[in-house]
Structure formats: C-alpha cells, structure tokens
Design a protein around this ligand. Structure first.
Ligand SMILES: CC(=O)SCCNC(=O)CCNC(=O)[C@H](O)C(C)(C)COP(=O)(O)OP(=O)(O)OC[C@H]1O[C@@H](n2cnc3c(N)ncnc32)[C@H](O)[C@@H]1OP(=O)(O)O
Ligand SMILES: CC(=O)C(=O)O
Length: 541
C-alpha cells in the first residue's frame, strides 16, 4: 500500500521570515488560493499574535471554501502566566481557524538562555498551550523547536517535551531542525528512535543552513515522518526552509509516496513561478525541477542525444511537474542544437546541410564577439530565419542620429535626448525625429513614429526591460558592452541583444531586432497616401 505524506506549507509564515520577503494580506490570499489548487494539505497563513496584516488575512480567507486546512501559528504561552490570558493564544482562537501550530522549546539550552525559565515551567507551558487549543476544539500541531540539537544535548529532556505535547492532545508532533545544522544520517537515526517512542504522527520541519533541508526532510520521511513542513522555492529565515518544489516531486516521483494528485503536481512549476512573482524574488534559473533551466540543454553532445531520446539527459519528463524542455543555442552548440531550435520554429532544416554549418559558425563567431543568444530568443530566431528562409525585412535602416543636450545656463537642469531615424519601408523612405527621457527612449519613440503608419499594432508592444553588461572592464569607458532588451506584447515577451563599444549602437541594434521580431508577426497595412504623409512630415521620398 502506498504511504501518504501530508504537505504543510509555511510560505506565508516562515517564508516571510526570509530577508527581503514581505507579503500584503492581498498577496497572501492570492498565494493561499494557488497553494490550495496545487493540493497542499495545510497552509500556515501567519501569526495572528504578531501583526494586523495576518489578522486581516485570517478574516478574509474565511470566505473561500478551500480543500487545504488553514492554520495559524504562535508560540506556547509566556512563562509564569495562564494560557487563557495569553495574547498570542487568544488571537489564534479568535482568528477562526480550525487548526494551529504552536512552537515550543525542546532544547534545554534554549529554555535556560532564551526563555530564562526552568525546564519544568517550559513543560507546563507546552502542556497548557496545547490543551488550550484542544479545549477550543482545534487541531493542534506542536513544532518542537531545535529538537535535533536538543536531543543531542539532552535526549531525556527533549523526549519529555514531546511526551508532554502528546499527553496534552497534540495531533501532530513536528521535529524541527531550526538551526539547519543537522546531517541527514543524524535526522534518520533520531526520527527512527522517536517514532518508536510516540503514538502521535510525526512531522519534520528543516532549515537549509547546510544546504540539506530537502535531504533532511526526505531522510525523516524514510525514517517514519508523515508530514513535511516547507515553503515554495525554499523561502525562509536565514538560508531558507525546506523547498517544497523539490520535496514534493522527490517524494512522489522518486520515492513512490502518495503526495498530490497527478493533475495537481503538474501545476508545481506554475505555482513556483507565480509565487516568485508575487514575492518579487527572482527564481534561480537552475532551480531543481521548476527552474527555467531545469530541463534546458546547451552542450551539443547533450542535444544530439536528447533528440534521440530525452531520457539520455533528463531524469524525469518535465511535463510531469509542468516544466518543459528547452534547447539553447550558443558557442557550445552542435548542429543538433540548431536543428532542434529551427524545427521548434517550424523551419525545414536538415543535418549536414551547408547552411546549418554556416549558421553554427556565425553564432560561435558572434558569441566570441560578446553576443549571447541564450537570453535573446528573438535575435536567435531572426538569425535562423535569415539563414533558412527568404525572410522579408519589414524595414531597412538608412541612418540614425542621436542628440543629447543640456540647455545652456542650466548646469543641473534636465537633459534632452532627441533621435532622428531614416527608414526604408518597402521602398518608402520615412524620416522621423522624436524626443525621449533618455537616448534609448528617444530611439524607441522615433522608430515607433516612423513605423506606426504601416503597422498600427506596434502600439500594442513596449520595451519592458533594459540591461547593459560591460564585457571587458579593462577597457574602462572604451569597453565593449552587451545590451539585452526585453519587450512585451499582449500575450508574449521576447528578448534581443546588441553588442558594441558604443552603448547607443548596442542599444540601437537590440532595439531594431526587437521591432524586426515584432513586425514578423504583424500585418502591414497600406500607408495613407504619400502626400498626406509628406504633409505630416513623415515621408521624404
Ligand atoms: C523558530 C521560529 O521561527 S519561531 C517564529 C519566529 N517568528 C517571529 O518571531 C515572527 C513574529 N514575531 C513577532 O511578531 C514578535 O516577536 C512577537 C509578537 C511574537 C513577540 O514580540 P515581543 O513581545 O515584543 O517579544 P520579542 O519578540 O522581543 O521576544 C520574544 C519573547 O518571546 C519569548 N518566547 C520565545 N519563544 C517562546 C516560546 N516558545 N514560548 C513562549 N515564549 C517564547 C521570549 O523569551 C521573549 O520573551 P521576553 O521578552 O520575556 O524575553
Ligand atoms: C518552528 C520553526 O519555524 C522552526 O523551528 O524553525
């Protein structure tokens, strides 16, 4: 029989303890709905005893009928007081949740040093607080903070903490590697012992300070833990919590546990990316399973084999967790990369074709000059289309000029940027000037002004990101730069690249590629009669 593992997500509580992560009540609601769709079993919404944002979240989440259990977090009652008078416990009870997690000390050193109380009083704090939840008819999860450090230091006391939580009626006892310093073999050994000592279900909560949070969670499950607490993308205090985006597929696809339904686990990649957007934290491209490069193949030898059978270089089918295979083309490419990329674009390309060899040489040469096509999908597509099709250019650049000026007499006054471009659009010469808040904006405006007569839908896309990287710092102000421009249309984004020792020229090159790419997918309209354009100052035949 397959063993089920309960997934407890604490992105909204421990995840927000990660540096740089701050979520509004609205953000938390959106994330909770996404996590519920993913199928996690518990969603820890926050700490109602901590701040009013979390109180608002618990109020607002009540209107949704979720499958996941929403839980509130808090600590055991303060020392030398009554649970019934403890603000944190009262806030939890008032929040309206049916389940709550209480963190309590299980390391004697912490009891003496952080709580500054007696070992016996700490046991009472735990008992009273869990019993309070049970009297309020709530499911009670006990997070035994620093359990592994505590057990190594004083196993009898650490175990007595768990026993007291069990006596009080805890539904889950969760062993925490709070400082993230325990090794997988220790986790396995200790969880195996504890499992024999308790009747209550055991969970595991690990931190990533030794880059072992995922391995430690798996070791605990293999030793008998039946709940894993973690966060999406591993957000959390210090180095983060155990990353559920790796734990879930490892448990389900590698170790054969029952975790999520097959159609839900397919939403894992989308969930990870959605939450990274809301948290405003860039996802590492190489993040296991859900990263953009998790199934991206760059080396020619890899791509050649992948095209024969993807199992050669993929440990699972990316679609199982909603990711997808990508083929990168760079100076490390062989003809397989180019063929695969060209086929993706619907181009008819054969192996050992002379043109294929030429385009590989061209790409390698351009990358040697400083271009990078992995991050510039649209420039790559243009190169391939030029090589393998009779590509009709939407326009040709005749010339461009850039004027950057500061009004005399205003030493710190505003700078003005003006661009003048001359284009040939299907035999019609268009000459336009435009201003902008900087040189790239002025060039963008001038190109748009020239082309909008022919391609009105040009208004539907805009430049969404602009990055400059100095390629040879030793050249100082004469160094070569690489400009990457990201553009966004109604339903898509694309990136283009330009390289030069002149930043304006590199920007212009990337900008022109962005327009060339956008226009590939746009219909041209008949421009207004020439005199009208001439009168409007747009055309100079
Ligand atoms: C391992 C973990 O991640 S636990 C969760 C940690 N998360 C957070 O701390 C985020 C939310 N925290 C907060 O908003 C605040 O810290 C609050 C509201 C909980 C408490 O704020 P304050 O009352 O100002 O106390 P402060 O944060 O300075 O100190 C924590 C207090 O809790 C006590 N405490 C710590 N753990 C526990 C526990 N398990 N049970 C009871 N009391 C505890 C400490 O001894 C300290 O008490 P002291 O002031 O008498 O020394
Ligand atoms: C409870 C918790 O967050 C910890 O011990 O790390």
């Amino acid at each position: 029989m397959t063993t089920s593992i309960s997934i407890f997500d604490t992105t909204l509580r421990d995840g927000t303890q990660g540096e740089g992560i701050s979520l509004s009540a609205e953000d938390k609601l959106k994330i909770a709905l996404k996590l519920d769709a993913l199928g996690v079993h518990y969603i820890e919404g926050g700490n109602p005893g901590s701040n009013s944002k979390d109180i608002e979240f618990f109020q607002r989440i009540k209107q949704y009928n979720l499958s996941a259990k929403i839980t509130a977090f808090g600590s055991t009652r303060r020392k030398n007081s009554l649970a019934e008078h403890d603000t944190s416990l009262l806030r939890i009870a008032e929040s309206g949740v049916r389940a709550a997690t209480l963190v309590g000390k299980s390391w004697d050193f912490h009891v003496h040093t952080a709580l500054q109380t007696t070992l016996e009083e700490n046991l009472s704090m735990i008992y009273d607080s869990i019993a309070f939840l049970k009297r309020n008819h709530m499911e009670a999860l006990f997070d035994a903070e620093h359990f592994f450090d505590g057990y190594k230091n004083n196993p009898e006391y650490a175990l007595s903490v768990l026993r007291r939580a069990e006596e009080a009626g805890a539904d889950w006892i969760v062993l925490c590697d709070t400082n993230g310093g325990t090794m997988p073999t220790e986790i396995h050994d200790i969880v195996s012992v504890i499992r024999r000592e308790l009747r209550t279900n055991i969970g595991i909560h690990t931190h990533n300070d030794c880059e072992l949070a995922v391995a430690n969670s798996l070791a605990a499950v293999q030793a008998g833990a039946r709940q894993v607490q973690g966060t999406i993308n591993g957000y959390g205090e210090r180095c983060g919590n155990a990353n559920l985006c790796s734990i879930i597929p490892n448990l389900q696809l590698k170790l054969g546990y029952e975790v999520l339904a097959a159609d839900q686990i397919k939403t894992l990649t989308g969930t990870a990316r959605y939450i990274s957007e809301i948290a405003n934290v860039h996802m590492p491209v190489g993040q296991a399973y859900v990263g953009n490069a998790a199934f991206a193949h760059k080396g020619g030898i890899h791509v050649s084999a992948i095209m024969k059978d993807s199992k050669t270089y993929e440990h699972i089918q990316p679609e199982l967790i909603g990711n997808k295979q990508r083929i990168l083309v760079s100076e490390l490419a062989g003809q397989s990369n180019v063929i695969s990329k060209a086929q993706e674009l619907g181009l008819d390309v054969n192996a050992n074709n002379e043109k294929t060899k030429q385009i590989i040489d061209r790409i390698k040469d351009l990358e040697h000059q400083g271009y990078q096509f992995e991050g510039a999908d649209a420039s790559m597509e243009l190169l391939l289309r030029e090589a393998f099709t009779e590509m009709k250019e939407a326009f040709k650049v005749e010339s461009f000029k850039m004027l950057v000026d500061r009004d005399s007499g205003f030493e710190s006054g505003p700078m003005s940027s003006e661009a003048i471009v001359k284009l040939n659009v299907d035999g019609t010469y268009v000459y336009t000037a435009a201003e902008g808040n900087g040189p790239v904006n002025a060039l963008d405006n001038a190109l748009r002004k020239a082309l909008v007569q022919f391609y009105p839908k040009i208004e539907e896309f805009h430049l969404s990101d602009y990055k400059v990287r100095v390629l040879d710092e030793k050249g100082a102000t004469a160094a070569k730069v690489r400009v990457l421009i990201e553009s966004a249309g109604k339903n898509s984004t694309w990136s283009t690249v330009g390289v030069s020792s002149n930043v304006i020229e590199a920007s212009w090159e990337a900008l022109v590629d962005s327009f060339r790419y956008a226009l590939l997918h746009m219909d041209k309209v008949e421009p207004a009669p020439v005199e009208t354009l001439e009168r409007a100052g747009l055309v100079n035949q």
